[in-house]
Design a protein around this ligand. Sequence first.
Ligand code: DOR
Ligand code: ZN
Length: 409
Amino acid sequence: MILKNGYIILNNELVKKDILIEKNIIKAIEDNIDSKTEEVIDLNDKLVMPGLIDVHVHFREPGFEYKETIKSGTKASAKGGITTCMPMPNLNPVPDCKENLLKEMEIIKKDAVINCYPYGSVTIGEQGQERSKLEEFHDLVKAISDDGMGFNNMEILEAQMHLAKKYDIVIASHSEDFKYIKSKDPKGEIEAVKREIELAKQIGCRYHFCHLSTKESVDMVRKAKEEGYTNITCEIAPHHLVLNKTLVNLNANFKMNPPLREEVDRLACIEALVDGTCDCIATDHAPHSEFEKALDFVKAPNGIIGVETMFPLIYTEFVKTNIISLDRMLDLMVYNPIKVFKLPKRKLAVGEIADIAVFDINKCHTYSYGEIQSLSKNSPFIGRKLYGFNKLTIKDGEIIYNDLGGKNE
Ligand code: DOR
Ligand code: ZN
């Protein structure tokens, strides 16, 4: 297969190239590749990137298949140009032991259209009372988390941190102090980050803060990095970079945890995007059914879907506006996730596996309800005009999503 007339990112510049893919390998990247035998796909000046990586998704299977399944979630991700993801463990059964993890991995093997690296849980049933037996399943995971629940038993967390260090896996923290769980006061995040960062500094395990949303927590991670703690990393979700709390109305599609914060917090998150404090963009893709989201705002569950809009939001708001560079965008959505979680290497280069997404950065498109691939439709971005929707996704040399509209669109 030849991908013709795409733009790749080379040293922070867009350069027009053709790409030859044979079987699952990139065989050539040159100014002009012609062949009478190969299938030719004209990309018409679109942006070609390595497939994106989303280190924080909820695919709800096993347990809550009416919200999302591994199949629907990975297909929605493929539509968004994501070829690798890390599903969180708030499932039923919770992957808190080898047996449950293997159950989840079986479904992944059968149904996933992209690469999935599931998280194990930190505590049994994510209940915070008893640690999971990491020594029995560490070889099956890149990371563990109790996402959705904060760590409020420091002895258990400490014990798991020592084991995580021993086995060289990441602990991903949904930092939240239970005292503030009802009020959603930003102190809930700030106090948890403060105490966890101290433990991570002392113990030296790889410690990753999920969906940071406040200025104070971003500042603490920046300081730790300045002090040289390379084991401490963080992610920020697109919605915390693009929306603030003034937009929260009674529409539960604007309800998530952590919630939308003040404008100063949003600006601090953007600063972290610019100055390198933020390692990864991660969506916290959290599907909930229309029935649940139609409940009274207070009763409706937290969470919004995100895999289909991750790239267009970041591209439109921060790259097109020159707030971050092309190279920084690549780091945030591809290379840093690989480094932080020690995932298999991906690169748009000759000899590498063909793992590619093609984004239409020249066309503005209104994101609509009808196009949503995810089983749940809870997006606050429906109706938003964005550049950079994905048009073609290739995983291991195989087309897994194609919206080019014919060979010569
Ligand atoms: O908004 C959220 N939704 N935040 C979480 O931490 C969990 C997630 C979910 O599982 O729905
Ligand atoms: Zn989450």
